[in-house]
Design a protein around this ligand. Sequence first.
Ligand SMILES: *[C@@H]1O[C@H](CO)[C@@H](O)[C@H](O)[C@H]1NC(C)=O
Ligand SMILES: *[C@@H]1O[C@H](CO)[C@@H](O)[C@H](O)[C@H]1NC(C)=O
Length: 132
Amino acid sequence: MMETTLFICIMLTCAVATQSVPPTIQGQTSTLPHLTGCFSRELMTFRCQWETGSLQNHTEHEDLRLFYILEKDSKKWMECPSYSSIRENECYFNSSNTVIWFPYVVQLRSRSLDIVYDEISFNVEDIGKPCR
Ligand SMILES: *[C@@H]1O[C@H](CO)[C@@H](O)[C@H](O)[C@H]1NC(C)=O
Ligand SMILES: *[C@@H]1O[C@H](CO)[C@@H](O)[C@H](O)[C@H]1NC(C)=O
């Protein structure tokens, strides 16, 4: 019953944890680094992606870090378990790091960790993305 409900839910929604587009005027305003979303294809693993924005600052640029906290666990922020080697600006959470039914909070930070550029929260079961 649980599985059926979950399946139907996934088939119907295609929901994605994204946050609203930052207010920019094309070609004018600079955009800060921001998270573009977290996606799970099969609810066993998921990935989060971000954009570096228009900050033309290479040093900062390549030094964005993704942190997450699983509220079920301690209150300790953990760094991305695996930065994708295939795609830039992506963090991959393998099955050991993927838990459903508990909220994740993900933050995009500067390397020095003193700037939090963006934050999103979601449950993995809500970010299934079967229609791709
Ligand atoms: C680029 O980043 C460095 C290190 O954070 C900072 O000191 C510098 O002011 C930045 N430059 C610009 C143009 O934003
Ligand atoms: C998942 O990644 C962690 C490192 O973050 C690694 O220790 C673990 O073995 C991996 N698990 C699987 C199932 O690949």
